[in-house]
Ligand binder design. Sequence first.
Ligand SMILES: [Zn+2]
Length: 420
Amino acid sequence: MKLPTAVFLLLLPLCAQQHDLLLKGGHLIDPRNNIDARMDLAVAQGKVAAIAASIPASQARRVIDISGLYVTPGLVDLHTHLYHSTGMKEAWAGDNSIQPDAFSFRTGVTTMVDAGSSGWRNFEDFRFFVIARARTRVLALINIAGFGMMTDFVEQGDFDAKAVAGLAKKHKDVVVGVKSAHYQKPDWQSVDLAIAAGKDAGIPIMVDFGYFLPERPYYQLVTQRLRSGDISTHCFRGPVPWVDEQGKLYSYFQEARKRGVRFDVGHGGGSFVFRNAVPAVTQGFYPDSISTDLHTGSMNAGMIDMPTTMSKLLVMGMPLKEVIRASTWTPAQSIQRPELGHLSVGATADIAVWNLMQGSFGYADASGARLEGKQRLLCELTLRQGTVAWNWNARGGDDYKKLPPDYGVRKGIDHVIRPR
Ligand SMILES: [Zn+2]
């Protein structure tokens, strides 16, 4: 029989191309799997299919050459504000929030955690209008205050630990924690009720400490109040006491870390000063997670985006592998999502590709102070579930001169009518 042989020969090249996409020639950094080496990475059916020093180009339907670039897991930004759909003017849960897909992929971010923009009264609205519609993986912390971050005023009360825990259990596919934020009163009510909700639902809390008051000092928050796994965001904020008069790091940070408390950057528009971050990094106390506190204010000020915030830590002296760890695997663990933030074979192919530029760059903190550095990360390519979601340099594209003369015209739908 001739036919089966012909069919076999036709199918042979298809079988050999078992991968949808091959990222070839990059330097892979995957802290969870302790990989920091030149590696090819293949993707099939939205998942990481193979990682090896060399994977033949013939095994993939599409090959993208990324020689000279770094490959990392897609970033997990632990602190963002995405509840843009409320119509509220000048509100975090409103016009100050960001539509996730409009910002995520171009910065290498594939998972965004909304940090309590919605509370227990409006979380389901947030889920319906934002989370469910985004291509970015959006997870959420529910604010202990009923209306979340509509205004600082509504964050001073209307706390309900039971309601928050109930919603967290009901929506546990997307709810990863509880938020206490912007509290102005001299007691611990906002923090304590967030902890009660977190305990009930088995999830961590994140605290934005709000007003720093003598009745409830910051060191007590991290050495006495927070539980193991709870997160202190805005850790490099101006009023956080980092160093003594001699410039030496206070010992309470190590004490808090030993207890399991996690320190998150949450740069934001007003929560990151170099005079706190530089001595911490220089003295070897790296933040557990690097995050943006993304909103319309911070993105257009010193913070800018994840790559810029990561670059700041990098030029302060935090090693690249640790910067990547703090932007991928550690935040994934902080939100109890061990399936995220790494590139193990079988993991969802959420991937970022980076150009580590060398040159002369300037960075601003939240107070406008400047730091100079010789490096800067630029996101060149992002994959979400194995599909190209951002491609800054059009890598892997075909030269237009080599395409058919009528490419870009939908056959049978469009008609090119030339002028007479
Ligand atoms: Zn925030």
